[in-house]
Write a protein that binds this ligand. Structure first.
Ligand SMILES: NC(=O)c1ccc[n+]([C@@H]2O[C@H](COP(=O)([O-])OP(=O)(O)OC[C@H]3O[C@@H](n4cnc5c(N)ncnc54)[C@H](OP(=O)(O)O)[C@@H]3O)[C@@H](O)[C@H]2O)c1
Length: 341
């Protein structure tokens, strides 16, 4: 084993897309219980853009490499007592990271974080699964505790996370409403059985009061602010408001995120309804086995076509800054995947 020289994207400071640079680095021999992985594809999420701007609570330092999810190929590894039996050099794997670092040609990861790709699953498709779909599982199962026939509201239903919630929600037999505005959202949401609410023209609270007078069993919110109280008010007794927000007003996102989290905790003191916070990187850290089982199942579902992440575009690693700029200008909507040559 020797050092590997490779390229990665680094946000040198917080700021616009121009702070992203492609730099050369070296990867040392992996420590015990770790593998070096050649990254084949890395998914881009809205959280990456927030982190680059300095608006993400869990990424407060620069320099850093964005990206929470990847698919790749194991180069080599150093065994320890927990080395899985399937692990070998050349094995294809996917991972959700607990600390951003995926926009990179190579990465060192702890062995517990690697989940084998099912034979034949396209790594580009696989790289679009981890964060959005694990977040959907956190919302629906860990915090939502929903049953077939329950009714839910998904804020941001046309986004990466929102579409994953819609896909898995349909498989769980939920009745679903979703807010969005993008052109084509109505048809896209209808494919998952989600009733479209255009947040630019309609007030979701008014719509739900009229159509679901007994309330809904869960609201998944990434907007925060006043929307939290509105979401709480449309809950049925026993219902739950789950905040998955790392968002807020431009330039005030960190403060808004913290205030939103405090508000959600405070609301949980009231009787008859629950509130919860979803923070997937922390949930992965807290339950390695649960993470591996959930991601393994999701990758199997992707292989079988039971979930079909929609990839809007793929770009080479060196174009990361252009992709961030295009996403911010809303020239691309939907999931983008970076590919490494
Ligand atoms: N809890 C966690 O661990 C976790 C994990 C992953 C992501 N997240 C967070 O989840 C959020 C979404 O991430 P993503 O990658 O899915 O982003 P995304 O793909 O950019 O989607 C954002 C969605 O928000 C919608 N939206 C924008 N303004 C809205 C408003 N005022 N009311 C309702 N919907 C609105 C957009 O709809 P249109 O485009 O149709 O207007 C779009 O559907 C981010 O805050 C991210 O940080 C949290």
């Amino acid at each position: 084993m020797r050092e590997i020289t490779y390229r990665k994207v680094v946000a040198e400071r917080f700021g616009g897309s121009d702070v992203l640079r492609t730099v050369q680095a070296t990867l040392p021999v992996p420590p015990p219980g770790h593998a070096r992985v050649r990254v084949l594809a890395a998914g881009i999420g809205f959280t990456d853009l927030m982190a680059r701007s300095g608006d993400y609570l869990l990424q407060r330092r620069t320099p850093f490499t964005p990206g929470y999810e990847l698919a790749g190929e194991v180069v080599d590894f150093t065994v320890d007592s927990r080395t899985p039996a399937w692990l070998r050099a050349g094995a294809r794997v996917a991972a959700a990271l607990t600390k951003m670092a995926a926009y990179s040609e190579f990465i060192t990861l702890p062995l517990w974080q690697l989940v084998p790709l099912p034979e034949g699953l396209d790594p580009h498709l696989a790289s679009a699964v981890p964060l959005d779909y694990l977040t959907a599982i956190s919302l629906l199962d860990t915090h939502g505790r929903l049953r077939t026939g329950d009714t839910v509201l998904i804020q941001g239903a046309s986004g990466g996370v929102g579409q994953a919630v819609g896909t898995l929600g349909r498989l769980r037999g939920l009745r679903m409403y979703g807010t969005a505005s993008s052109s084509g959202s109505r048809e896209a949401l209808a494919r998952h059985g989600v009733t479209f609410i255009d947040y630019r023209r309609e007030d979701f609270e008014v719509v739900l009061r009229e159509r679901e007078p007994d309330g809904v069993q869960a609201v998944f919110d990434h907007i925060g602010g006043n929307n939290l109280s509105k979401g709480y008010r449309v809950l049925a007794p026993g219902g739950v408001l789950v905040s998955y927000a790392f968002s807020g007003r431009p330039g005030r996102m960190v403060g808004d995120t913290v205030r939103g989290a405090a508000r959600v905790k405070f609301m949980n003191l009231q009787p008859h309804r629950r509130t919860a916070l979803s923070m997937v990187p922390r949930e992965i850290k807290a339950d390695h086995a649960g993470y591996r089982t959930a991601l393994g199942n999701l990758l199997d579902m992707a292989k079988r076509g039971a979930i079909t992440p929609q990839i809007a575009a793929t770009f080479p690693l060196a174009k990361a800054a252009d992709v961030h700029a295009a996403l911010e200008r809303r020239e691309i909507t939907g999931k983008v995947v970076l590919t490494m040559s």
